[in-house]
Design a protein around this ligand. Structure first.
Ligand code: C2E
Ligand code: CA
Ligand code: CA
Length: 738
């Protein structure tokens, strides 16, 4: 299901190794020597008692997680309602269970570590039902206080519930006829049925796919945080995968076989025999024929179900349950064909990409990434009037009525945060509308993908397709202005950086601004990528180097020393004489090497490693050091980057800006700081927007912070004034430390 992949070897494992090495130093919290885990006494393969021994995947995992965190797991298994009560009353520390909103009000949950679904079970002779909605007024066995119990309790039309103390007794109630159906976690139910060789059948496909996580006593938040960290470590160090593989056969039982097939052929043969034997009009034979006819029609119905199942496998992605692309396109074209004239309802194709999936794969492994993909897919499945497809590598497509995509993003984000607190992920999107942007699915998909690419390029959450996104006149305009040279309206702004240890402003970043007489204020996200891709960025870089040195010298002469950081593109490093340009600027303004530093992105470092190493070595010989910008968004690991003469890491703002509300991002920030320190690198957190984040970064050991909470990028005069105002006294950290 999730863990068939292995972590990439090499650099990523060094990253993880460092994570591990350093993780225990994060908290001062000492876990108790023994932690009491609870569970169900008959819930294989997750947990069960046999000959006074506790067994199961949950048990092994709890032991491993406790061990990693420096403690020991002790298990008390019992009936489920008693177990829940014991956790609520604080007699147990931790109980693994399905996550639900209702439960999250009572307990603190770790991230989900397993996904599983539920199904309806009944004797094969019982009338088939295809969904929960068909259970109204039926006698339905369910484990008391289980996730299924909670869900059934909230149905508008309630079944007649037969409450049992565990899964096994729910199955027994159906076997013995005191209930017609049971709604159970399919993982445990299938295991018990196999073990006991009982012939209960699943009615219809599974549903309520849910994350399984550790629930911790609400009064023990520190224990919960420790448990989450130990669990992350066990996932990161591969031990979770080893355990999962050990239990894989039980956790992923083979699909139920198609029992109807032999049944169908024998029913048909019997019916044939009945006719051959016939001729005389015996009453008994007539009854037999009726009976066989009924069997045959049932067999045919079963076959229709099985055919549907085959089609489902062909059309739908196995991991996510969403449509595959060819089927998605077919469905759309069918729809467009049928609704051509007149168009009553405009439609939207929205392509969504989980933006940080690659980082998650590198940091936590494929298992975690696949959990996120499945959890996200689950929410797409729940959308009304939507057809959803999975295109692979974290990209999804939705076919919906024309909507407000950003509102939908917010809803999906909050739904993810509620259902899978440890798993929420950043996503970006692009939309194309039917019929406005095209009348065929192929064309609309292309346009939606173009809009997505543009969102990524401009670092926006979402954009709708515009014809202007195709290589446009404006783009060509911009390029031709730069080709002609002598560009009007380029000027620098400076964003201060706060040294978190001393509370002083000792550095800043220069950012370019372009106010063109005809085009107006053109955002850097629009023109910088164009210039980088067409080899024209050098003019901007030269001008920014010049401005940075000039302003740093002014500041130093006023006794306000400030090292100004300059953004350097891959092109500058590889194609131009950067060392020459920098030296000239230093000579021109009598600058010192300590007046400036260089910012380059991971991708530019990786684009031509040998050349980059050579240039950076030249620069460090000049005494100018380099910083890696947007760290965490690229593909290279820290151990790889550390082979270059680099002094500083800038943690990308996507991780920093919401780290307080997003534990995964916070843990990426923390481990980056720890690893950077281990490698002797200075850390800068960018995109710090509020006091609390600033305070937390200081606590986490980050060296420097940059962001709107300290100052926005300022024009030269305002920047110099800002430096003057804050230099005399140590920067007043208290204003951020309320
Ligand atoms: P960057 O290098 O990551 O620059 C930081 C960006 O984050 C800047 O956007 C800055 O205004 C913004 N920022 C600063 N603090 C905060 C904050 O607290 N919250 C948020 N949400 N954003 C914050 P800007 O100036 O629009 O620049 C965008 C990008 O354009 C830069 O990203 C950089 O990649 C590029 N760029 C800007 N100036 C230059 C330049 O002179 N040369 C090159 N090659 N690229 C540049
Ligand atoms: Ca930068
Ligand atoms: Ca940056």
């Amino acid at each position: 299901m999730y863990l068939s992949h292995r972590l990439p070897a090499g650099s990523a494992s060094v990253f993880l190794f460092l994570c591990l090495l350093l993780a225990p130093t994060v908290y001062a919290y000492e876990p108790p020597p023994q932690i009491l885990f609870g569970g169900d006494l008959a819930y294989p393969p997750l947990e069960w008692m046999e000959k006074n021994q506790v067994n199961g995947f949950n048990v092994d995992l709890a032991r491993e997680v406790a061990r990693v965190g420096g403690s020991k797991a002790e298990h008390h298994l019992g009936n489920w309602p008693d177990t829940m009560r014991a956790l609520e009353q604080g007699h147990l520390d931790v109980v693994p269970m399905y996550y639900s909103l209702e439960r999250s009000r009572k307990f603190i949950f770790t991230q989900a570590y397993l996904y599983s679904s539920h199904a309806i079970y009944a004797l094969p002779t019982t009338a088939r039902v295809s969904s929960i909605g068909d259970l109204t007024d039926k006698k339905v066995a369910v484990e008391e206080e289980s996730f299924a119990h909670q869900q059934l309790r909230h149905l508008a039309k309630k079944p007649d519930l037969v409450l049992t103390s565990n899964t096994l007794s729910a199955i027994e109630s159906v076997m013995q006829g005191s209930a017609d159906y049971a709604v159970l976690s399919s993982l445990a139910a299938d295991n018990l049925l196999r073990q006991h060789e009982w012939e209960l059948a699943r009615m219809g496909p599974p549903f309520w796919s849910r994350g399984y996580a550790f629930a911790v006593d609400k009064n023990k938040p520190e224990l919960a945080e420790w448990l989450q960290d130990s669990l992350s470590t066990a996932i990161a160090n591969g031990n979770y995968q080893t355990l999962y593989q050990k239990w894989q056969n039980d956790l992923e039982p083979a699909q139920a076989d198609n029992r109807w097939l032999p049944f169908f052929s024998s029913a048909f043969a019997l019916l044939l025999a009945a006719f051959v034997l016939g001729g005389s009009w015996y009453w008994s034979l007539k009854r037999k024929v009726e009976q066989r006819t009924q069997e045959l029609s049932e067999a045919l119905a079963q076959r229709a179900i099985a055919e549907q199942e085959l089609l489902r496998v062909a059309h739908y992605d196995a991991q996510t349950g969403l449509a595959k692309l060819p089927y998605f396109i077919d469905q759309l074209d069918d729809y467009f064909h049928a609704h051509q004239q007149p168009v009553k309802q405009e439609k939207e194709i929205l392509v969504i990409k989980l933006a940080d999936l690659d980082v998650i794969v590198r940091t936590f492994g494929f298992a975690r990434a696949e959990m996120i993909v499945s959890a996200f897919a689950n929410h797409l499945l729940k959308l009304d009037d939507a057809l959803a497809a999975y295109l692979g590598r974290g990209v999804f497509a939705l076919f919906i009525n024309k909507s407000n995509a950003l509102e939908l993003f917010d809803r999906l984000s909050s739904a993810m945060a509620v259902s899978d607190p440890g798993l929420n992920s950043q996503f970006v999107g692009g939309s194309a509308y039917w019929p406005e942007h095209g009348r065929s699915a192929g064309k609309l998909m292309r346009h939606a993908e173009t809009a997505l690419a543009m969102s990524e390029l401009r670092r926006r959450r979402w954009l709708a397709y515009e014809a202007a996104m195709e290589p446009s006149r404006v783009d060509l305009d911009i390029i031709s202005i730069f080709i002609d040279g002598n560009v009007q309206g380029i000027f620098p702004v400076f964003q201060p950086q706060l040294d978190l240890r001393s509370g002083k402003i000792t550095s800043a970043e220069v950012l370019v601004r372009w106010q063109h007489p005809r085009l107006g204020l053109v955002p850097p996200n629009v023109f910088i990528p164009l210039l980088e891709n067409s080899g024209l960025i050098e003019q901007v870089t030269e001008q920014m180097i010049d401005e940075a040195v000039r302003v740093a010298v002014i500041l130093r002469e006023r006794d306000l020393p400030c090292c100004i950081s300059i953004n350097i593109a891959a092109y500058d490093l590889i194609e131009t004489n950067l060392a020459g340009i920098v030296s000239q600027a230093l000579v021109r303004y009598q600058g010192l090497s300590s007046d400036i530093k260089l910012e380059l992105t991971e991708t530019s470092v990786a684009s031509d490693p040998q050349r980059v190493k050579q240039v950076l070595t030249q620069m460090s010989e000049l005494g100018i050091y380099a910083s890696v910008d947007d760290f965490g968004t690229g593909y290279s690991s820290l151990s790889y980057l550390s082979m270059f003469p680099i002094r500083e890491l800038k943690i990308d703002r996507t991780f920093v800006s919401d780290m307080l509300g997003n534990p995964r991002n916070h843990s990426i920030v923390r481990s980056t700081i720890l690893m950077a320190r281990e490698l002797g690198l200075v850390t800068v957190a960018e995109g710090v927007e509020d006091d609390q984040t600033l305070q937390m970064l200081k606590k986490d050991g980050c060296d420097i912070a940059q962001g709107y909470v300290i100052a926005r990028p300022l024009p030269e005069a305002e920047f110099i004034e800002f430096m003057r105002a804050h230099a005399a006294q140590v920067f007043d950290m208290s204003q951020f430390m309320k």
